[in-house]
Ligand binder design. Structure first.
Ligand SMILES: [Zn+2]
Length: 488
């Protein structure tokens, strides 16, 4: 007797968390995958030991006696989402888990970190790429189910962004560069002779990371006084990265910083181009020209429009999607957001503006950056340039970010910018794996790929909201009911 798990039964089993079987068959489903010209109806998909072993328009009979069957009639099967820019060591509303702020709230942090992987899965995110320090990695990957985890290793310059005046960021890192003239000391346990570009890149290659992140950031908005890596250092890192087969990811979001990164032959931008500050005597900001150069160089693009959304939303009359946030953020954290202390980051930002400035005006200031992020994305979309889904969650200590939900909002933002539903499917499923060279295992519903898939109730090529109309999440062949992933 084969186990037939229809959708109703799946949700009727209240204690059901996830079902594991060595063999899984999804029947009569419409397959939507980037490698296909159009949706394929009435397909049968077999998964064996966590990998897709067959996709066919003919009925597939189970081989093993404990095979699990899912009726896919009227449903859509896609590959799972990859969010290629997240920070699993940072908590919305609080910030990095090693910060002094975080140390005051160990219970809030613990409740959040245990929920975080489930919240990503709840929104169909089955792969994440961590683009910062990896101190949250252990907890993220410890639970019984979690998205698959990849990480890039950043090489900050000591005293520059994002190290700046922080005491702790480099204590636990082996990867940083000290440039001449920097007076900030490095931890006593570290030796200067070990921090050369050659040695740092070689150590990163040993970790198995697919990429290195460099910061092209001399200050936010109009500021420009933070130290940066010297050109000769970046050139050395570029050479060593190529030698070791590592991709160079550039943190940059301003025109001049984009130029700097492009001149250094980076492989991908970790942020959209939203800072259009440009000297008045040099005419209009060369946004199109900069993006043309990016396209000509075949450089990857992560729009990360959500960064600006998370900032402006803190000053909105009402937070968008309060109902959804309750499903993915612990109640204790949501309650804390309501307190004065929980508003610290919002108040800190407010302090940067004149005291008589209305909140609606502050909202508009951030909305300005948000619109520019949309415009840059639209320019690339108009040129059919492929992009990569990346929320940069939680890009700041904004209480308006939420795991998984922020990724979904990024999809909505890309749609609002004018990216087609097919291009969004590509950006969300396969473009990340292609960029980071893991596409032999991930990204499409094809034989041989790791079985990370979503069963949707509606068609994501017709409606962007289909991406939150998820019935079932399949991670490494394990079938997870969506309801079991919410905050308990
Ligand atoms: Zn980031």
């Amino acid at each position: 007797m084969f186990k037939i798990i229809g959708s109703l039964l799946l949700f009727a089993l209240s204690s059901f968390h996830f079902a594991t079987a060595s063999e899984l068959i999804i029947e009569n489903v419409t397959v939507i995958s980037s490698h296909l010209d159009k949706p394929q109806e009435n397909q049968f998909v077999r998964v064996v030991d966590g990998r897709i072993s067959a996709v066919s328009d003919k009925e597939i009979s189970p081989v093993s006696s404990d095979a699990l069957k899912i009726d896919g009639k009227g449903k859509y099967l896609t590959y799972g989402l990859m969010d290629s820019h997240v920070h699993v060591n940072s908590v919305p509303g609080i910030g990095f888990i090693k910060s002094d702020k975080a140390k005051q709230y160990p219970q809030l942090i613990s409740a959040y970190l245990h929920q975080q992987p489930k919240s990503f899965l709840y929104y169909g995110v089955t792969q994440v790429l961590n683009l910062g320090a990896n101190d949250g990695e252990k907890i993220f990957t410890k639970g019984e189910i979690h998205p698959e985890y990849f990480s890039c290793k950043p090489i900050p310059i000591v005293g520059g962004y994002p190290d700046l005046d922080a005491k702790h960021t480099l204590t636990h890192s082996d990867f940083f560069i000290v440039e001449p003239g920097i007076t900030k000391s490095i931890p006593a346990s570290k030796s200067h002779s070990e921090q050369t570009p050659e040695k740092v890149v070689a150590r990163i290659a040993e970790t198995g990371a697919p990429c290195i992140k460099l910061y092209f950031e001399n200050g936010f908005s109009d500021a420009s006084d933070w130290p940066m890596l010297l050109d000769e250092t970046v050139a050395k890192i570029r050479t060593e990265a190529t030698k070791h087969g590592l991709q160079l990811v550039a943190h940059a979001n301003a025109i001049d910083m984009y130029h700097h990164a492009l001149a250094n032959d980076v492989d991908i931008f970790a942020h959209g181009l939203w800072n259009w500050n440009w000297p008045k005597d040099k005419g209009a900001p060369p946004v199109a020209d900069t993006l043309d150069r990016l396209m000509a160089g075949n450089v990857g693009y992560m729009p990360t429009i959500h960064v600006m959304q998370a900032l402006k939303d803190m000053f909105a009359d009402k937070l968008v999607s309060d109902k959804e946030r309750k499903l993915v953020l612990p109640k204790s954290l949501l309650t804390w957001f309501e307190t004065d202390e929980g508003q610290w980051f919002r108040n800190e930002l407010k302090g940067d503006f004149p005291p008589d400035m209305q909140e609606a005006q502050i909202y508009e200031m951030f909305n300005y950056g948000f619109k520019r992020a949309l415009q840059s994305t639209k320019y690339l979309a108009d040129h059919d340039y492929p992009m990569i889904l990346a929320s940069d969650f939680p890009s700041s200590p904004s209480f308006a970010a939420a795991p998984g939900l922020s990724t979904y909002h990024e999809l909505l933002n890309m749609h609002d910018a004018g990216v087609s539903l097919k291009a969004i499917l590509d950006a969300a499923t396969v473009n990340g794996p292609i960029q980071f060279e893991i596409a032999t295992d991930y990204g499409t519903v094809e034989r041989g790929k790791i079985a990370n898939m979503l069963l949707l109730n509606s068609d994501p090529l017709i409606n962007i909201q289909a991406w939150q109309d998820i019935e079932t999440i399949i991670i490494r062949g394990n079938v997870v009911s969506r309801d079991s992933l919410t905050v308990r």
